[in-house]
Design a protein around this ligand. Structure first.
Ligand SMILES: Nc1ncnc2c1ncn2[C@@H]1O[C@H](COP(=O)(O)OP(=O)(O)OP(=O)(O)O)[C@@H](O)[C@H]1O
Ligand SMILES: [Mg+2]
Length: 460
């Protein structure tokens, strides 16, 4: 049975988050504690283990300050199944087909994929050997007959030699296959075609879980068709590796591990909770919003949810909710739900200085992304410090003047700034060009837009 992988200390978790998220110290510290607490829970005495409930977190902060980003990074660090839902989705008129429980099903689906990938990795080498055999057989079919040199093959004059010759040729080709010499050669392989046939019609009036169950059942009942396909050896390797690895893993084991992972380490991120609070009339009438809260309650409180992989107990799933709460307050949520999010963290609005750092420091910083993109065309892009300050300044200014969308503004500003350059490469800006973005260039490209409120509203 799998253990919780991440044994990072709270301090280490914050250090990891720091690689991507600027500022928001409070939020980082609290999610770090929540994560460490799950590891702690797995290591306490059995009798109290079940009693320790996760300290669900409510992140409060304006748009684009890093709420979702924190949750996403947290899931990566935790190596835990993670799913994100928008609470407001559940209130939309005419929104059918997905109930609140579907978020738990998504989470299990995630976990199953994670476990599958891990297990496939384990059998990778074994599968590769089998695949090599299949490819070899397709290229040089083995001679049927007794391979024993003392035996004789009926109807052949030189039985030993022929079989041996075949073996030798096969060994030579095995070598060639292995070092990729024949990768472009085409061979014919059998691939299992996914059973077709639309069974969606039977689903009328059924909930999602049972419908999926039935679909799977029918899928399993239908004989898996083998289809012949002509593909290159390198393609064949990919297809077959996938198939063979899948055959080698034990799905029951996968399910069991996935359920364990979900129940003990799963994280569900409920975005836009403010939109289902009373007082925020932007999304549907009060009754429907309160209805969604009531639907959420049992899941957050801990209940059993039926999924196609088995029943999931949600007692120890960590819920992180987030919202801007511009038009409502956390206290507008029904008390029971409020009580289930005991940790409230306010995220700070980002400053100009934060913007400057966000542009350059995170591992996925925009300047790094763009530099890497154009480098793929052998063009060297760099930004002068003053130019970056100007970009940060402009983004901040537009946020104040037009609408505050937080760090997202940097995305729009940068894309506008670099738009022409990205278009001109490689046609008019050739390989080995050096592009230096300086303050003057930033002003030239953006000043007109920044000064005209109407323009910036639409374009930036
Ligand atoms: N503190 C930050 N540090 C680094 N990057 C950030 C930060 N805040 C936001 N960003 C950048 O802005 C983008 C949007 O942030 P994010 O999705 O976290 O916003 P949010 O707070 O969830 O907003 P919303 O309420 O609109 O959902 C991120 O993809 C990230 O690139
Ligand atoms: Mg968000």
């Amino acid at each position: 049975m799998s253990e919780i992988n991440s044994d990072l200390t709270p301090k280490q978790i914050v250090a990891e988050l720091d690689k991507y998220i600027i500022g928001q110290k409070d939020a980082k510290r609290n999610v770090a504690i929540a994560l460490r607490n799950r590891w702690r829970r797995m290591n306490v005495k059995e009798e109290i283990q079940g009693e320790i409930v996760p300290n669900n977190i409510l992140l409060i902060g304006s748009t684009g300050v890093g709420k979702t980003e924190i949750a996403r990074r947290l899931a990566k660090i935790a190596d835990a199944p993670f799913t994100k839902v928008e609470a407001s989705k559940f209130t939309e008129v005419g929104y059918v087909g997905r109930d609140v429980e579907s978020m738990v099903r998504d989470l299990v689906e995630q976990a199953v994929n994670m476990v599958k990938i891990a297990k496939k990795e384990e059998v990778k080498e074994r599968a590769a050997e089998v695949v090599e055999g299949i490819i070899l057989d397709a290229l040089i079919p083995p001679l049927k007959g007794n391979k024993n040199t003392f035996g004789t093959k009926v109807g052949s004059d030189e039985p030993e030699n022929e079989v041996e010759l075949n073996e030798q040729t096969r060994e030579r080709f095995r070598e060639k296959i292995r070092n990729g010499e024949l990768d472009d050669r085409k061979i014919e392989i059998d691939v299992t075609a996914a059973p077709s046939g639309n069974v969606g019609m039977i689903g009328g009036g059924m909930d999602e879980a049972s419908m999926i169950n039935i679909q799977e059942m029918i899928g399993n009942m239908m004989p898996k068709k083998k289809k012949k396909r002509k593909v290159t050896i390198s393609e064949a390797r990919k297809i077959l590796l996938e198939e063979e690895a899948a055959k080698m893993i034990d799905m029951d084991e996968v399910k069991e591990e996935a359920i364990f992972k979900v129940e003990n380490t799963g994280i569900i991120f409920i975005d836009e909770v403010d939109k289902i609070a009373k007082g925020d009339s932007s999304k549907g009438p009060d009754v429907s919003r309160e209805g969604v809260q009531r639907d959420l309650l049992p899941i957050v409180e801990g209940s059993a949810v039926n999924t196609k992989y088995g029943i999931i107990n949600t007692d120890h799933i960590l819920f992180v909710a987030a919202g801007a709460f511009h038009f409502s307050k956390p206290s507008d949520l029904i008390p029971e739900l409020q009580g289930r999010f005991p940790i409230r963290v306010e995220l700070e609005n980002l400053t100009k200085a934060d913007f400057l750092r966000i542009l350059t420091e995170p591992k996925n910083a925009l300047t790094k992304q763009y530099t890497a993109l154009v480098a793929s065309e052998d063009v060297h892009l760099s930004f002068q410090e003053e130019a970056l300050e100007e970009i940060a300044e402009m983004a901040f200014h537009i946020n104040e003047e037009v609408e505050n969308i937080g760090a997202r503004r940097l995305h729009t500003v940068m894309s506008k700034l670099l738009n022409e350059i990205l278009f001109d490469i490689p046609d008019t800006i050739g390989p080995n060009a050096q592009i230096v973005i300086d303050k003057a260039l930033v002003q030239e490209k953006l000043n007109g837009l920044v000064q005209d409120k109407d323009l910036s509203r639409y374009i930036l």
